[in-house]
Ligand binder design. Sequence first.
Ligand SMILES: Nc1ncnc2c1ncn2[C@@H]1O[C@H](COP(=O)(O)OP(=O)(O)O)[C@@H](O)[C@H]1O
Ligand SMILES: Nc1ccn([C@@H]2O[C@H](COP(=O)(O)OP(=O)(O)O)[C@@H](O)[C@H]2O)c(=O)n1
Length: 230
Amino acid sequence: MEKAARTAPAVIVAIDGPSGTGKSSTSKAVAAQLGLSYLDTGAQYRAITWWMVNNGIDITDPSAIAAAAEKPEIISGTDPTGPTITVDGADVAGPIRTQEVTSKVSAVSAVPEVRARITELQRSLAGSAEHGIVVEGRDIGTTVLPDADLKVFLTASPEARAARRSGELKGSDIHQTREALLKRDAADSNRKTSPLAKADDAVEVDTSDLTLQQVIECVVTLVEEKRAAK
Ligand SMILES: Nc1ncnc2c1ncn2[C@@H]1O[C@H](COP(=O)(O)OP(=O)(O)O)[C@@H](O)[C@H]1O
Ligand SMILES: Nc1ccn([C@@H]2O[C@H](COP(=O)(O)OP(=O)(O)O)[C@@H](O)[C@H]2O)c(=O)n1
């Protein structure tokens, strides 16, 4: 029997960390450079939050959130050069980035039924990515894909993260941005189900004093090392 052509084995990369550490920019660039798929799991939690807000669900009531968790159909497009996200067929890439959604997403994402639903979607996308995938979030290395080939945990000082976020949100006050960011980190780190945490076997990279390009190169090298060893 003829041997199948030798292709690079699929590689699964988990990138976690708090807000503004560079997860999205790094993950997209690494995936594009290495021909992998890309999944922004924060966008999925933002999408379900957007749906809850738009459908009048009381987001202070976890049981109301839990009861509605299965209702919206959330579809993520995983091309790193043009990732997409739809809810019930509508493109929500813009609406999920509003301050309102940002301020409510931690409450929605803390509900176990929401996490179970979204985790299932994430595992299904990771399992069907032909060449492999870079998945970024808060609990990818610890809970969603504990067998990932490479786990990276990005960190950066609150000052660096607030400066980066304020740069994106024109006219925003850096101190308010810093406080909002730290409040969200605390909520994400202290929830019972699948909190933001570094996996024991994750490589920690402090990006405070690195350029985005340096972080991308560092992660590409780590992925190539893992691929070579497979
Ligand atoms: N190492 C870095 N140095 C400077 N700016 C960065 C760096 N990494 C990311 N950024 C910028 O910071 C902002 C937040 O990055 P992002 O990738 O969205 O972070 P996260 O996904 O962790 O919230 C973006 O505007 C991005 O261009
Ligand atoms: N794997 C994940 C990813 C995001 N989230 C939640 O989704 C929110 C938004 O994530 P995000 O990645 O879009 O946030 P930013 O870092 O881009 O601001 C987080 O604050 C968490 O509450 C989560 O609980 N688990």
